[in-house]
Design a protein around this ligand. Structure first.
Ligand SMILES: [Cu+2]
Length: 266
């Protein structure tokens, strides 16, 4: 029976099928809870039943049954209580091994990501900094603290950091991964429901740590495509260049080392 249950569960992750991490972890939680409850109820009920059945009732103990004596190991071939013990050990072993294989298979799936057509994936680079997140799309469009993605599509995030150690996570999407300078860690998610989810930093990284949040906006695929086509990285580059110029000006205004005040030589 356990084998049937196990193969039924394993079949739920077939190549080409998309399942979100939230879905996978939800299922693992449910299976362990259900099986744990079942085993717990059986063990406690059987213990209570035997405690009642073999209670002290003032009668002599010898009822003609061949019980193992204290310290004697049951062999299992006398057809008596030993057999029961062997069967219970056997069932426990099957349950535990099945759970290990089942959970491990799903975790391998979570680690490697779903087997989908690369065209159907969206890859976004994520860079943490004190204190925020920068998202960069394949077309070069980059934006801070707001990640727009389409629903029903696998989104891979390649996460790194530009300063100190951070940790990028979105609890509702069941994703969490390191954000470390000089390293890239990858995670993925797939969300069917449109809406806004919160991503935040999970590694104490400085005074602004608790404000280090970003919105993950899951959009209807059509709406997303429209929005994505409207993003023009070149236009942004111009804006950034202008901002840089402005920064340069303010830097020279404030720079005490060039002997000038307000950009005018003293
Ligand atoms: Cu941080």
């Amino acid at each position: 029976m356990t084998c049937v249950l196990l193969s039924g569960l394993l079949l739920q992750v077939r190549p080409g099928e998309w399942r979100s991490q939230a879905d996978v972890f939800g299922e693992i939680f449910f299976v362990f809870l259900a099986l744990g409850t079942l085993v717990g109820v059986v063990v406690v009920a059987y213990t209570l039943y035997n405690a009642y059945k073999y209670r002290e009732n003032g009668q002599p103990e010898d009822d003609g049954e061949n019980r193992p004596t204290l310290g004697e190991l049951p062999t299992g071939d006398d057809g008596g209580k030993g057999k029961k013990l062997f069967i219970s050990f056997g069932i426990s072993a099957v349950i535990v091994i099945s759970l290990v294989v089942y959970a491990y298979t799903l975790l391998i799936y979570v680690e490697s990501g779903p087997d989908v057509d690369p065209e159907a994936e969206l890859e976004v680079d994520v860079e943490g900094y004190q204190f925020g997140w920068e998202f960069e799309y394949p077309n070069g469009h980059s934006v801070d603290n707001e990640l727009r993605v389409p629903a029903d599509r696998v989104v891979y995030l390649h996460v790194t950091s530009r300063d100190v150690w951070h940790n990028f996570g979105a609890p509702e999407l069941r994703i969490k991964t390191d954000s470390i300078p000089g390293e890239t860690s990858t995670t993925w998610f797939l969300e069917e429901e449109t809406g806004t989810y919160t991503a935040e930093c999970f590694e104490l990284c400085g005074a602004g740590h608790s404000y280090m949040k970003a919105d993950i906006i899951v959009m209807e695929p059509g709406e997303f495509e429209e929005w994505y086509e409207g993003t023009d990285p070149e236009a942004e580059d111009d804006t950034e260049a202008e901002t840089d110029d402005a920064d340069d000006t303010s830097a020279s205004l404030a720079d005490p080392t060039d002997g000038s005040i307000g950009g005018v030589a003293a």
